[in-house]
Structure formats: structure tokens, C-alpha cells
Design a protein around this ligand. Structure first.
Ligand code: CP
Length: 320
């Protein structure tokens, strides 16, 4: 595996899930693979789970992880080409990338969408520079449009907890005070469309996800109707993807608290499990009673981030 952005990069999902369960059962069995190998984990944005789970996965494989927080540990980096660098950014990605990759064998990048320029974000402009100028296998640790390590961990969690062969999985938009990127729902939709599940998306009008990720998944604008009979409820906020109106890209179109997932919403499901990628705003996205219930999977889901990261790194080490 040379890069990890999309569900297609992982190949057969059944085989990937089987490998994930093996890695989870015996995390140190492949420690030899990473001997004398280094992974660089580059963060342009904050993280708790991604940073720690990626380090843990690397250590389980015997690799040396190096973490760099851009702008805190390093110079501020310019990401746009052709600009006069007379501001506060001292170094350009064009030089920084080959320098960073000269010290490592694999590289992971966290670089969120700016939510100002849809074309810049949806072209994955920052990540593409790491591919072009780095020459090393690249993992998206949540880039402008995708969060594949999260979606893979979500799928592992659904596999572990499903009570039927083909569960109903509902992705529901929920309110948030700030504009958030679409990477998590994009990847979740992409991975659920590829998995053996009945997948439904629900959100207020205007929040339609990019068809490259949403595919042919049915969109039900009535949230309660969408949730009927659900086996898994996956809540997430996202800002306007700008599909139907590009001028509204990145905007907050609704803060309707009726969309907060609470006991009333869960009551119409099939005793569903609640999922969220975290961090989560309590009593905005989800009520305390739902996230604190025994049916909340937010902690096992976060724990599986180390498993998904380890499978991806393992495969990359195997193909070096
Ligand atoms: N879910 C997730 O990616 O968490 P962090 O932003 O804390 O890494």
C-alpha cells in the first residue's frame, strides 16, 4: 500500500476486517516489521486520538514515531505555490516536505479543510504536495476531504457489535456552534457504501455530501423517519459541502437543536448503538443520557483507531 486516503486503498474489506481482528488480538506479532523504520506524523491541526493512536500503532509495529506540530514545534509553513512569502510563514512546503521525508520511511499528515475555497480543499492541495514532493507512502490522518483511519475504525467497531448480517447504519447530521469540515462524514459514507450494510444519510437540506463520497446512499430529510429501525446511529456535524450551492461552501446553514441525538431519537431505533468519532460537544451533538448509555460505542470506537492505524502501517511496511 503506497497511500491511504480512500476505501479502495485497503482492497477487499472482508480481508481487511479479518486482519484488523488479528492485529487487535495480537498487536505485537509484527514488531519485526518496523525495526529500524521511522514514521513521521505531521500535524497542522490539533488532535488527541489520531496523534496517540498513530504513535501506539507505530510502537506496536516496532517503528520509531516522530511527531511534528507545524507552527508550534516547527516554522510556520506556506502551503500555497507562487506567493510572495512576506508574511509570518518562514518556510515553504516545497522544501519542508523533502526534508521531512528524508528522515522517515512513512509519513502521516493531518491537514484540515480551510473551508474558504472548495476547489483548493477538494483537490487535497496540501496532501497532494506531500505525495508529489515526498516520495514516501502517505497516510491521511484527516486531510481536507477524508479521514480514512477513522472510517476504518468505525467499520471495525460495527463489525464487532453488529447483531445481524446486514445492519441498518444511519449517518445523521447534528448541530454544532462552529463550521466543521466534511472529512469524517465523507469517509464514513464512502466506507459504508462499500460495506455490507443498509446505509442511510439524514441532514437538513443544503448539507448534501459530495456525490464522490455519498454515492447512491439514500438521503432522508426527515431525521426521525431515517432513524426508524436503525442498528447503529452515527452522529456528526459538518458544514455546507457546497454541492448544490458552491457559494455557501463551509457555511453553517442550521443550528437546529431538534437534530441533537437524544433519547427520543434513539427510541425509534432498533435499540441502536450510538457512535461518534470524538471530540464531541455534549448536549449539542448528543444528549448526556445517550452518550452515557451502555449502548454508546464512542470509547471502543476510539480504541479501534489504534487497530485501524496499525493495519494500514503494517501493510505499508510490508510493501516497502
Ligand atoms: N476522531 C479524531 O480524529 O480525533 P482527534 O481529532 O482527537 O484526533
Amino acid at each position: 500500500m503506497k497511500s491511504f486516503f480512500h476505501v479502495s486503498d485497503i482492497g477487499d474489506l472482508g480481508a481487511a476486517l479479518e486482519e484488523a481482528l488479528q492485529v487487535k488480538a495480537n498487536p505485537f506479532a509484527w514488531k519485526h516489521l518496523g525495526q529500524d523504520k521511522t514514521i513521521m506524523l505531521v500535524f497542522f491541526n490539533s488532535s488527541l486520538r489520531t496523534r496517540l493512536s498513530s504513535q501506539k500503532a507505530a510502537l506496536n509495529l516496532g517503528m520509531n514515531p516522530i511527531v511534528l506540530n507545524i507552527g508550534q514545534d516547527s516554522w510556520k509553513l506556506e502551503t500555497e505555490l507562487g506567493v510572495v512569502m512576506d508574511g509570518d510563514k518562514s518556510e515553504h512546503l516545497r522544501e519542508a516536505i523533502p526534508v521531512m521525508t528524508s528522515y522517515c520511511d512513512l509519513i502521516g499528515i493531518r491537514s484540515f479543510a480551510g473551508l474558504k475555497d472548495r476547489e483548493y480543499d477538494y483537490n487535497e492541495t496540501v496532501l497532494r504536495q506531500f505525495i508529489e514532493y515526498g516520495g514516501k507512502p502517505v497516510i491521511s490522518l484527516e486531510s481536507a476531504t477524508v479521514h480514512p483511519c477513522q472510517a476504518f475504525a468505525d467499520l471495525i467497531t460495527i463489525e464487532e457489535y453488529r447483531k445481524k448480517k446486514r445492519p441498518k447504519v444511519v449517518l445523521t447530521w447534528a448541530p454544532h456552534p462552529r463550521a466543521l469540515p466534511q472529512a469524517v462524514p465523507n469517509s464514513f459514507a464512502e466506507w459504508m457504501n462499500a460495506a455490507d450494510v443498509e446505509f442511510v444519510i439524514t441532514h437538513p437540506r443544503g448539507y448534501e455530501l459530495d456525490p464522490a463520497f455519498a454515492g447512491k446512499a439514500p438521503v432522508e430529510y426527515d431525521q426521525m423517519k431515517a432513524l426508524e429501525g436503525a442498528d447503529f446511529v452515527y452522529a456528526k456535524n459538518w458544514s455546507c459541502p457546497g454541492v448544490t450551492d458552491p457559494s455557501r461552501y463551509g457555511q453553517v446553514l442550521s443550528q437546529d437543536m431538534a437534530w441533537t441525538v437524544d433519547a427520543k431519537h434513539m427510541a425509534v431505533t432498533n435499540d441502536a448503538y450510538f457512535m461518534h468519532c470524538l471530540p464531541v460537544r455534549r448536549n449539542m451533538i448528543v444528549s448526556d443520557e445517550v452518550i452515557d448509555a451502555p449502548t454508546s460505542l464512542v470509547i471502543p470506537e476510539a480504541a479501534n483507531r489504534a487497530v485501524s492505524a496499525q493495519v494500514v502501517m503494517k501493510r505499508m511496511l510490508e510493501s516497502l
